[in-house]
Design a protein around this ligand. Structure first.
Ligand SMILES: Nc1ncnc2c1ncn2[C@@H]1O[C@H](COP(=O)(O)OP(=O)(O)OP(=O)(O)O)[C@@H](O)[C@H]1O
Length: 212
């Protein structure tokens, strides 16, 4: 079976004209995970934004080779190939977890039955909060709602920016297990974290961003 590939070649990224890092080379295939390291402001979020297609690199290239029949040079913003959980939760405070997840999945080109969204929230211990406006949830509860996307998507590429922020120990372990399952099934996960995140039975490559 073909495995997806993510190639990052001689990549230089920045904000405006200013380069944050340069000459980054990474090659990942399905079944691999990468942890992006670097001090505050090193450009970890900028890298994930660039990989997702939300911003252009200053130079270099990002190549996504899908496991499907898509051409190798297709843009990464192929919504159904990518699940990007950003540093912000991207939740509308006035909408409930069920409504927010419905919107977020539609933005990725997926229609997920409400029944499945509710079941996923229940599995994640959020059953009683499923219909409460997200503005009335705690920081960790909001993060868990945002991360529930990882149980609803079948995108092969996951880009996760500080996914464990605000999570308690138990939720962090559940998250790690979910990422490991995704990678073991042939997916690719690229994540940033300041905390130690251990993915059971999955090799994780550490990539340090060095300032220019
Ligand atoms: N919207 C923006 N406009 C201009 N500059 C920005 C913007 N967002 C971030 N920056 C700058 O870009 C640099 C890299 O930011 P980035 O968020 O990628 O770093 P990071 O490695 O993810 O940091 P942290 O560990 O604090 O999350 C920082 O110096 C920051 O000040």
């Amino acid at each position: 079976m073909t495995r997806p590939r993510l190639g990052i070649r001689n990549l230089s990224c920045g904000r405006g004209e200013r380069a944050l890092f340069a000459g980054l080379d990474i090659a990942l295939v399905g079944g691999e995970a990468a942890r992006i390291l670097g001090e505050n402001g090193a450009g970890k979020t900028t890298l994930l934004r660039t990989l997702s297609g939300l911003q252009q690199p200053l130079s270099g290239e990002v190549i996504w080779e899908s496991a499907s029949d898509r051409p190798a040079d297709d843009a990464l913003l192929l919504k159904d190939e990518l699940c990007f959980v950003g540093h912000d939760n991207a939740l509308n405070a006035a909408l409930t977890p069920v409504e927010n997840l419905d919107v977020l999945m539609r933005l990725c080109g997926r229609r997920v039955p409400e029944k499945r969204i509710r079941a996923t929230l229940a599995d994640l211990g959020l059953k009683r909060l499923a219909h409460r406006p997200c503005g009335r949830l705690s920081a960790g509860q909001k993060r868990r709602v945002s991360l529930a996307r990882l149980w609803l998507t079948d995108a092969p590429l996951w880009l996760l920016d500080e996914p464990a922020s605000a999570l308690d120990v138990e939720s962090r372990a559940v998250l790690c297990a979910r990422i490991a399952t995704h990678v073991s099934a042939g997916g690719i996960a690229v994540f940033t974290t300041h905390e130690a995140l251990t993915l059971p039975d999955v090799p994780v490559r550490s990539i340090e961003l060095s300032p220019c």
